[in-house]
Design a binder for this molecule. Structure first.
Ligand code: PLP
Length: 394
């Protein structure tokens, strides 16, 4: 059961792509691990309980991804996993740098690593642009592959628009071609079914705080662990691939969050799709002028994400009103790349939106604790905000 305080916090929360609340069973998982304080690497019998937590978490996460537990490695989250996969794929080629293919809508934890490899070693990056709907096209990716291509890294679902990327087809095609394929799967876990084995990915990144687990814990699936090149050396934890005493509290929380993804993932997806449709219907019925950035088709986009332009209004002003009027939380661009800077979204720019259209856009992301009533409240407050802003004399 949620406390009344938490219920009121979740009521007006529409920023699930930035992070999710920690679920009740994840909280229980974390607090259970308080009792197993022993170091999992110690040799005494008592440390076996801590090792058991890691074993369970790998098993649960492997079930979510369709993988074997021996191919799952824990990290501090999506950023580290993306860095690690790219480093593992490219470090053997630093004396013979070739082509990397990626997209212009990746998260900064991919784009900035690629830029570093380019500047430092001379790799050549081909960035594929998305269509106006926000997805890259398979043909364009595949026809860009040159003989010296060493890595393709394309996200599974975009964090700002929810647009699904055709990484499955790309990966299956490249499987026999000797090109490593990495996908940043951070936004897709818990929202769609995944089978990393069938999809033939070499590397797949995930992060627990995007699926109701704790922050600071995530991981990397790796098809051939012998290709992993450690970023962190030391005592040889994680089969020698990622040193440092394991984050048992985080890992225990992740174990529960992963188990819940398997149990209820489909229900959440249906619920969020219904809420999304309801939200769009209510906006239309309220005569609010808006345009969705990207597709609303559930086969093309995450069912929980709506990136929307409020035509003729600054989204920043709307978000300010929403928060100050009734504590509503939405997002302007990606929380990870904002860091206080007012930079226009590189994702919306890549989809060819004008500066004005970018400035009118906000991301509304819904999740497990969103209710019909909370959608009603959001639309009512948006109406109030739009009326208020329309009446302000400049
Ligand atoms: N990749 C994507 C698509 C994300 O949305 C995020 C976080 O927003 C990350 C990577 C980074 O994950 P973490 O916050 O676990 O470092």
């Amino acid at each position: 059961m949620l406390s009344a305080y938490l219920e009121s916090c979740y009521e007006n929360y529409f920023d699930y792509n930035a992070t999710t609340p920690i679920s009740v069973s994840c909280r229980n998982g974390i607090s259970r691990a308080f009792d197993f304080f022993e170091n999992p690497s110690s040799r005494h019998r008592r440390s076996g309980k801590a090792r058991e937590i890691i074993r369970l978490a790998k098993k649960n996460m492997a079930n979510v991804l369709g993988a074997d537990p021996s191919n799952i490695f824990f990290t501090s989250g999506g950023t580290e996993s993306n860095n690690w996969a790219i480093h593992s794929a490219l470090s053997k080629y630093t004396n013979n740098p070739g082509q990397i293919i990626s997209s212009s809508i990746e998260h900064p934890s991919v784009l900035s690593v690629l830029q570093w490899y380019c500047e430092r070693f001379g790799f050549e990056v081909t960035l594929i642009e998305p269509t106006r709907e926000g997805s890259v096209q398979v043909d364009e990716v595949l026809s860009s592959v040159q003989d010296n291509c060493q890595l393709v890294t394309i996200m599974a679902a975009n964090n700002e628009t929810g647009a699904l990327q055709p990484i499955d087809e790309i990966s299956k095609f490249l499987d026999s071609k000797g090109v490593a394929v990495h996908t940043d799967g951070v936004q897709i876990v818990g929202k769609r079914q995944i089978d990393v084995t069938k999809s033939k990915f070499d590397y797949f990144s995930f992060s627990a705080h995007k699926f109701y687990g704790p922050k600071g814990i995530g991981g990397l699936y790796c098809k051939n662990p012998e290709t992993l090149v450690p970023l962190i050396l030391g005592g040889g934890q994680e089969d020698g691939f990622r040193s440092g005493t394991e984050n048992i509290l985080g890992i225990s929380g992740l174990a529960e969050a992963a188990a819940e993804c398997l149990e209820s993932g489909e229900t959440w997806q249906n619920n969020s799709n219904n809420h999304k449709k309801y939200l769009l219907d209510r906006l239309t019925a309220s005569n609010i002028e808006f345009k969705v950035n990207g597709s609303i088709c559930p086969t093309k986009t995450l069912t929980n994400t709506i990136n929307i332009q409020f035509i003729g209004y600054r989204a920043e002003a709307l978000a300010f009103f929403l928060e100050h009027d009734s504590n509503h939380v939405v997002s302007l661009g990606s929380a990870c790349s904002n860091n206080g800077n007012k930079i226009l979204s590189h994702v919306l720019k890549a989809m060819k939106l004008t500066d004005k259209q970018c400035q009118s856009s906000m991301r509304i992301s819904i999740g497990r604790y969103t209710s019909r009533r909370s959608v009603d409240n959001l639309v009512d407050t948006l109406k109030k905000a739009l009326n208020h802003l329309a009446s302000v004399d400049l």
